[in-house]
Design a protein around this ligand. Sequence first.
Ligand code: IRO
Length: 311
Amino acid sequence: MNLTSRIATYEFENPLMNASGVWCDDAEKLNEMVQSPSGSFVTKSATPNFREGNPSPRYFEVPLGTINSMGLPNLGFDFYLDYSIRFQNENPGQVNFLSIAGMTLEENLEMLHKINDSEFKGITELNLSCPNVPGKPQVGYDFERTKEVLTKTFEFFKKPIGVKLPPYFDIAHFDEMASILNQFPLQYVNCINSVGNGLYIDIDKEEVVLKPKDGFGGIGGAYVKPTALANVRAFYTRLNKSISVIGCGGVENGRDVFEHLLCGAQMVQVGSQLAKEGTGIFERLLKELKEVMNEKGYESIEDFRGKLKSI
Ligand code: IRO
């Protein structure tokens, strides 16, 4: 069975990856991602310098998913760039995704210049949708600002790049964002980041479960799958064919992976369930995806990718 997937000029053995932020913040976890059978991996969104992030508790697991308000804790951009260059040099022909999330436009441009001038051959992911830094709204909900960030980026940036988007909930917003994205030579868009600023509460204690922001945090897992699929489908049907879609949200089993692919995703990322289960999940998901494909008589992803039917 052929699970080959492509983004830009790169080919991956299968479409599975971690979602940025999950199992990718330090060398130990990144090494586990490299060892796993996932098709690729993405690093934790980086800022130019080390960040402690928000106070704990800042992550909480519930049966239907997770809530987090990590606040962009990371080892600093240089660590993730160096790790990625070492990975590509030690694994010829393989590349990873390098995620950046500057606190300002200037910080993003500073990191993009460093990537442009480096030996990095992989794909950059510009995170426009972190919901958890107090006082910093998600760029992806500000259409004009998004256009400005992309305009400034493509004035000089020459390497493959995609954007991580927040979920949208209105057809007018799908239309407007897609028409902006279509003006730029992006390689992909990644739908979706966590559903921002949800609230999970402990009924016995009558209190919130996270310390930052009075308990408000990004929701992931089964709660968000229909929203994730809608965003993948909406952008797949609106974007230029040169812009791929990466699907992220609510993947717990092989059927969920199949659904993202059916909506048009090229790669499928796993966040909440990877955090709960560890990198062993990739072997299970690959086995389950092959079982679904087998039942349906499909031999390669291209047999069904994007072919969701309307009624
Ligand atoms: O709080 C985080 O670090 C975080 C980020 I940058 C993001 O993009 N999405 C998320 O759910 N959490």
